[in-house]
Structure formats: structure tokens, C-alpha cells
Design a protein around this ligand. Sequence first.
Ligand code: HEC
Length: 192
Amino acid sequence: MNKKKLHKLFINTVYSLLPALLIASCNAGKNQTNYETSMGMFEQKSLKAQGFNKNNNKHNFITPPKGSVSKEKEKFLYKQAYQAEKNLKNPFKKKYTAEVLLNGKNLYTIYCALCHGKTGLGDGQIAAKMIIKPPSLLSYKIRKSSDGLIYYIIKKGQGLMGSYANQIPKPEDRWAIINYIRTLQKFNNTVK
Ligand code: HEC
């Protein structure tokens, strides 16, 4: 290769790498975006969850959205069912208001009735297809057990039944379901 050809190869290489070098070297600084090849893509109005908002000097998302429930806030002290059965008391024990019962009925119908049945007899729509049937909630056992135990079962599940803690995150909603189950028991003498 003669000198002229070598020079040409060198120039060609430099020119072909130049655009890449230009883009890569345009670092605007530590806390700033680099040169924007497509304008406006990096500077968006949307906030980054962990970002800092210079306008109000606060971190973004400092206040949880309305209606969100913190899992950390729920302290659940009972590791075993029998502990909850004995010590966990229903704060809405005497609250059989229409509002509480209607809420309990709605939630029970959505989350429990498909297995345990509309009236609690364990004859929900999918119970027929289950090999091991869901038990009746009008049984002597459940009539006799404390509200704390039912709360524990909603929160943690029991055997084949999974936890409903995520579907029903608010304690007052769980208690409303329990008050509704007690009402079903009260108005149906069938012990099954
Ligand atoms: C997918 C079906 C299913 C759904 C939905 C369901 N359960 Fe259950 N439940 C079961 C089964 C099956 C058992 C028996 C589990 C075991 O002991 O192995 C059970 C057990 C129970 C028991 C204990 C009964 C006993 O005699 O020991 C209670 C109380 C109970 N469920 C309440 C509820 C409540 C309240 C809901 C709604 C939040 C609910 N269940 C939703 C299937 C279901």
C-alpha cells in the first residue's frame, strides 16, 4: 500500500467515525441530559417516581394517590389461627347498620359467594365443579367460632382456600363481610 492510499484510508475512517464520536461526546454534564438527537423525547412533563420536583422542592409521588392502602401499615400480630380466634376482636361487633351490611353483602357476593354460596351453605356456582367442596358457613363450627378466626381466614386463607387479603385490603371491609355472614347465620336456622 502506497502512502497516498494509506492517507485516503485514514481520512475515510475518521470521517465515517465522526458522527458517532460527535454524538457520544456531547455529554452535557452529570445531572443533565446529553445532546438530544430527537428533541423533546427526554424532557417530558411526566414525573419520574423517584425524581425531585424543583418547583415545589419535594420528591415526586410523596403523597400516595387517593384510596391507596399501604400494606406496611397493616400490622397483623397473629401467626396462628387460634391466636386470632382468641384475641382478635371485631371493632364493628354491634354495628349492624344498613351501610355496613350492604357493604358486607356486596363484597361477600363478589368474593365469597361463588364458593360458599349466596346464603352461605357452601353451594356456590363453582362448588359443584370442585372435588373438595367449600364448607358451609352456617355450620356449627363457624357459628361457634369467633369473628377473629373468620378475619384470620380472610387474611391468611385456610388449607385449600387462598388468602383474600389483596382483594379485600381494608380491615373494615373484612369485618363488614363477617357481620354479613353472622346475619346470614341469624336468619337461617339450617345448621349444615
Ligand atoms: C375458590 C373458592 C373459595 C372462595 C372464593 C372463598 N372460599 Fe372460603 N373456603 C374455601 C374452601 C375450599 C375452604 C375449606 C378449606 C380447608 O379447610 O381446606 C374454605 C374455608 C373457609 C372458612 C372456614 C370454614 C371451616 O369450616 O373451617 C371460612 C370462614 C371461609 N372459607 C370464609 C370465606 C370468606 C369470608 C370468603 C370471601 C372473602 C371465602 N371464604 C372465599 C373456598 C373458598
